[in-house]
Ligand binder design. Structure first.
Ligand SMILES: Nc1ncnc2c1ncn2[C@@H]1O[C@H](COP(=O)(O)OP(=O)(O)OP(=O)(O)O)[C@@H](O)[C@H]1O
Ligand SMILES: [Mg+2]
Length: 269
């Protein structure tokens, strides 16, 4: 049997909070409190749960933005949470994140060409700007943007276009795993479906895996193969998307499903 692309084993990320308990002990916020799951190559795992349940902290821990308290995460069989920044560097290219706010993640002073090109040099994927430009053009086309926009700045684009540019910046690095954290939540509902289809197509064509974090069950249903339901730092149920949506086992999953109007549950891709 081959290793899954990603395996989490009893991951815990706790935060020290300012307050103290009744006996003067330091209070701990258990944002992620024993999370285990696998993501196979080419698979999309949706991670759902109410605000504050710890979804983003899972993603931030996996990209070394938060320090893990205990537990392990394996990428292609190698534990990477304990890696030094130097050792982790090659994995930074292979594990990419897409965030909610595309504008915040694009440097307003840089031309699109620089925004997309510089990571190519940093990660040693290109040696010359000619080479970089042809990669940038091809990637912009893949996300439905005219390659000519390369010489323009982020403020010249709409929210939806910026999100496409953000996705191009991730795809150009040919990651094996993309962690999308509320990637479509800031977009108008009218263009959300279009975006999900784009992400799904890019994912299928490239064979990459995804951890798709969202509080929106309709969105998660649309894009995921499997779904994990998170409550207060723990996974309460994980399974095939059809099982989760059509025959939920856990009481909390049923409660989540009942809390959204049926019409909001999009049809899966
Ligand atoms: N760096 C931090 N320091 C202290 N507490 C934190 C930190 N990051 C997150 N938290 C807390 O951890 C808990 C989980 O937060 P997290 O952002 O992971 O939730 P979430 O499921 O992504 O919520 P949302 O759906 O609102 O994005 C929250 O109570 C949050 O306030
Ligand atoms: Mg979040």
């Amino acid at each position: 049997m081959t290793d899954p692309l990603l395996r989490l084993v009893d991951l815990k990320t706790h935060f020290q909070t300012k307050g103290v308990g009744l006996f003067g002990e330091k209070k701990v916020l258990k944002a992620v409190d024993g999370v285990s799951f696998d993501i196979a190559q080419g698979e999309v795992l949706g991670l759902v749960g109410e605000s504050g349940c710890g979804k983003s902290t899972v993603g931030r821990t996996l990209t070394h933005l938060e320090k893990t308290t205990s537990g392990q995460a394996f990428f292609e069989g190698r534990e990477f949470l304990s890696m030094t920044p130097h050792k982790f560097r090659p994995l930074r290219r292979e594990i990419q994140m897409i965030f909610q706010d595309p504008f915040a993640s694009l440097n307003p002073r840089l031309k699109i060409e620089q925004t997309l090109g510089e990571p190519l040099f940093i990660h040693g994927l290109c040696k010359t700007w000619n080479e970089a430009r042809s990669k940038i053009a091809a990637t912009l086309e893949r996300v439905g943007m005219d390659p000519k926009i390369m010489s323009r700045h982020p403020h010249e684009f709409s929210g939806g276009q910026r999100q496409r540019i953000g996705i191009a910046r991730v795809m150009i690095l040919q990651p094996k795993l993309v962690i999308a954290d509320e990637a479509v939540s800031a977009l108008d509902v009218s263009i959300q479906a279009q975006f999900l289809n784009l992400i799904k197509k890019l994912q299928r064509d490239s064979g990459m895996s995804m951890l798709f974090i969202s509080h929106d069950l309709g969105v998660v249903r649309h894009i995921s193969d499997r779904v994990a339901v998170m409550l207060a730092g723990k996974i309460v149920e994980i399974g095939d998307k059809h099982q989760i949506f059509e025959a939920p086992q856990h009481e909390y999953t049923r409660k989540l499903l009942n809390s959204i109007p049926r019409i909001a549950i999009g049809k899966e891709a």
